[in-house]
Ligand binder design. Structure first.
Ligand code: GLA
Length: 749
């Protein structure tokens, strides 16, 4: 057993200082993190912020153990030292019943471990013990080490002062003389208070149907949410929210939630053990994983963030949104409000030329669009999706004078210019592939499975990384491009990397994603004004990892405004409406060819970062007038929609034909309400909308910007009235949409 000692610290050679800070209050710190307190007598660490307390300690076996996570406690509530539980039977040893914060696979543990290593001599037993801790700038670092091997793991903790969300990662270091292979690595484990009525809510999906809300009771055994696709994927989203089975009201009850900041293959396992304790472990996907950590090297796992809300799932979403805007995205805590975009993809697909794009740009500018984006098809021999990916030079047939005249025109119309790229992909029919067939992910002598006629470049390779970085840098240096839509239109297949030693080949899972991030980071530092959208054939690469480098996200290629109500509802469980791009497109863009009112389409998209993707050449004067009016209206509401507090008043779930959302501005002065009815069934009146989050003692003035309230609804009333008596909306017929604002006009007292 290793205990911290002066000798021990000196031998560790790390700049670790055990700083024993004991705070009596938890004021918001400069760093944005809540203070960490440490009680040296009990070896208990504690973090408190917003409505949350998180407590952990070191037990008598030197294991790091969760002591409490949940609603904020009184500062005076003290915790005794952690004690490991007694074994229940020979089948359930203490190591398996302990609420570990981070545990190696060894010593008989049968639950999901945080770390699994194979050593070169064949040993696979890993027993990590507490060595030391330090608290710096309100960040807690706990060092653990194997009982005999020179494997060090530093657990990083920080609690966000505004939301109480805990941010965790683990850094694994090899200080032995030989390389070893990491076969599984998580950021850590979150343990729930014992309970048998937990309910997991999670998101599933596929192309054009992302973000479906699912729920499932947590019972004995394990639920695994994961991606084995090489990127985030949409089959599962790296997010969970767990509440107790009390109420269907999204605003009621306790909710635990979390998300992984990783854009590669990932996993979150939710496991109920033999004593009905629930453990949530998140990190790199263990399937087919390997990472050879050489002597002296260290790697850090993705961050696994988790929080607690006593305002149900709705409260959990609002805390996530706040963290994203205030701490995660570029320029946080003051990211720019999302400009209104026009994207020409659905209008022109691959049939691009300067005159056609200029014509659309002029029309887009006339309705108030702020950024014009030219999508796929401008480069190489890209006449369709069978050729050109990889050849990132301007197609001279389509743009004989290069992009400059178009870009200048767009700028002269007062808009920014954006361009589509898909940097990690290559078509077989491209110069890049003809010159570098070895650059793709593949196993020599085996098929290269194509998806959308393309293959994935092995971005883990230094030469591929250099190529991608250099063409993007050149493109941005030579053209005044304000924005990139960065796409990624397939999953991995045959993930081989044959030109490195056999033992290093599985490093591809980690190195690919790290290189992806490092390119984004380098591009942003070289081109500080550049903004980027994360797109992956729709919403297959949206996560807190990519969000650190991207300003907005494309949730789905499905732009049908009715489907979008469902898709957008799911998106907002973990992610902010202020990051969610939503285009208004044409009625005829999908197979069911629904002819929907333009107002319905606009209001559906106004619930996020509004964009237009319609063929404006087909707009009538009436359409232009509606578009212009609603874009102008949106600009007066967007700060509330993009930054405010979201309440999903009627989620379009369980087949509901209705959907309603409410957004309250951070200063509480403006409230925006959207209500939708897609199919009127038996002409029942629309349910009364009982608003949330208002000041009971203030007066709010109601105004409709689309549709209307039912006769008799007052023009002004108290917050208490709107929250308890509620708002009756006049909706009759199919595809109805209404939008309201409530403005705080006075205090009652
Ligand atoms: C993907 C994107 C679309 C569009 C096309 C272009 O499907 O999600 O928005 O950019 O690629 O090929």
């Amino acid at each position: 057993m290793i205990r911290p000692s002066v000798l021990g610290y000196a031998r560790m050679g790390l700049a670790i200082t055990l700083s024993l800070f004991v705070f009596s209050c938890t004021s918001i710190s400069q760093t944005g993190n809540a203070p960490v307190t440490y009680d040296a007598n009990t070896r208990v660490f504690r973090m408190d912020a917003a409505g949350v307390t998180y407590v952990l300690g070191v037990n008598e076996h030197e294991q790091v153990q969760t002591l409490y996570w949940g609603k904020r406690l009184s500062p005076g509530d003290a915790f005794p030292a952690a004690r490991s539980p007694r074994g229940y039977s020979a089948f359930d040893l203490p190591i398996t019943l302990t609420q570990h914060e981070f545990v190696g696979w060894g010593g008989g543990i049968v639950l999901e471990p945080d770390l699994k290593i194979t050593f070169p001599d064949g040993n696979r037993d890993l027993a990590l013990k507490y060595v030391s801790s330090s608290i710096k700038e309100n960040k807690l670092n706990i060092v653990m080490k194997d009982i005999s091997r020179e494997v060090y793991v530093t657990l990083h903790y920080a609690m966000d002062a505004e939301t109480g969300i805990v941010r965790r990662s683990a850094e694994i270091e090899n200080r032995s003389d030989a390389a070893f292979t990491i076969e599984q690595a998580a950021a850590g484990t979150y343990n729930l208070p014992r309970g048998t009525d937990y309910h997991l809510h999670f998101l599933t999906g596929r192309w054009a149907a992302e973000w479906s809300v699912q729920d499932e009771a947590i019972r004995g055994g394990k639920i695994v949410l994961e991606s084995r696709r090489g990127t985030t994927g949409s089959q599962n989203i790296p997010f969970f929210v767990i509440d107790r089975d009390i109420s269907k009201d999204q605003e009621q009850g306790d909710a635990y939630f979390g998300a992984l900041a990783w854009s590669g293959s990932w996993q979150i396992s939710i496991e109920q053990d033999a004593l009905q304790q629930v453990h949530i472990t998140g990190g790199l996907n263990a399937f087919d994983f390997g990472y050879r950590l050489k002597k002296g090297e260290r790697i850090e796992t993705p961050e696994f963030l988790a929080g607690f809300s006593s305002q149900g799932i709705g409260g959990a979403s609002r805390l996530m949104h706040r963290l994203e805007i205030d701490s995660i995205v570029p320029n946080a805590p003051n990211p720019r409000l999302r400009p209104v975009i026009y994207n020409s993809w659905e209008a022109t697909t691959f049939h691009l030329d300067e005159a056609g794009q200029v014509a659309l740009a002029e029309k887009a500018a006339s309705i108030g669009v702020e950024r014009f984006v030219m999508d796929d098809g401008w480069f190489g021999q890209r006449m369709n999706d069978r050729a050109g990916l990889g050849d990132w030079y301007v197609n001279k047939e389509k743009f004989p004078h290069g992009l400059k005249p178009l870009i200048d025109k767009v700028h002269s119309l007062g808009m920014e210019f954006g361009l589509w790229v898909e940097p990690e992909m290559v078509n077989a029919d491209s110069d890049l592939y003809r010159n570098h067939p070895d650059w793709i992910l593949n196993f020599p002598g085996r098929p290269h499975t194509e998806g959308r006629n393309q293959m994935v470049l092995n971005l883990a390779r230094p030469d591929v990384r250099a190529y991608v970085m250099s063409f993007l840098n050149k493109l941005l240096a030579e053209n005044e491009i304000d924005f990139l839509k960065w796409d990624y239109n397939r999953n991995w297949s045959e993930p081989g990397w044959s030109d490195v030693p056999l033992e290093d080949q599985k490093d591809v899972y980690y190195d690919f994603t790290k290189n992806f991030y490092s390119i984004l980071e380098e591009l942003r530092s070289k081109h500080p004004k550049l903004e980027i959208e994360s797109c992956s054939g729709g919403g297959s690469r949206v996560d807190l990892g990519v969000m650190r480098y991207t300003d907005q996200d494309w949730p789905s290629d499905n732009t049908n405004p009715v489907d979008r109500l469902v898709i957008q509802n799911g998106f907002t469980y973990p992610y902010s409406p202020g990051l969610m791009v939503a285009w208004v497109t044409d009625s005829s863009n999908l197979p069911n060819r629904l002819a929907l009112p333009l107002e319905f389409r606009f209001l559906s998209s106004m619930q996020g970062a509004l964009g237009v993707g319609a063929n404006l050449n087909k707009y009538t004067p009436e359409d232009f007038a509606v578009a212009k009016r609603l874009i102008a209206q949106y600009k007066t509401l967007r700060e509330t929609i993009q930054r405010g507090l979201l309440y999903r008043l009627i989620p379009p779930e369980d087949g509901s034909e209705r959907s309603a959302t409410e957004y309250v501005s951070r200063d509480g002065k403006q409230v925006v309400v959207f209500a939708f009815l897609h199919s009127s069934i038996e002409r029942y009146p629309y349910p009364t909308l009982k608003l949330r989050g208002l000041d009971e003692d203030a007066v709010y003035k109601l105004e409709a910007f689309e549709g209307k309230a039912t006769n008799g609804v007052p023009a002004t009333a108290s917050g208490s009235y709107w929250m308890n008596r509620g708002l009756d909306v006049n909706m009759n017929g199919d595809f109805q949409a209404a939008g309201f604002t409530l403005t705080k006009v006075a205090a009652l007292k």
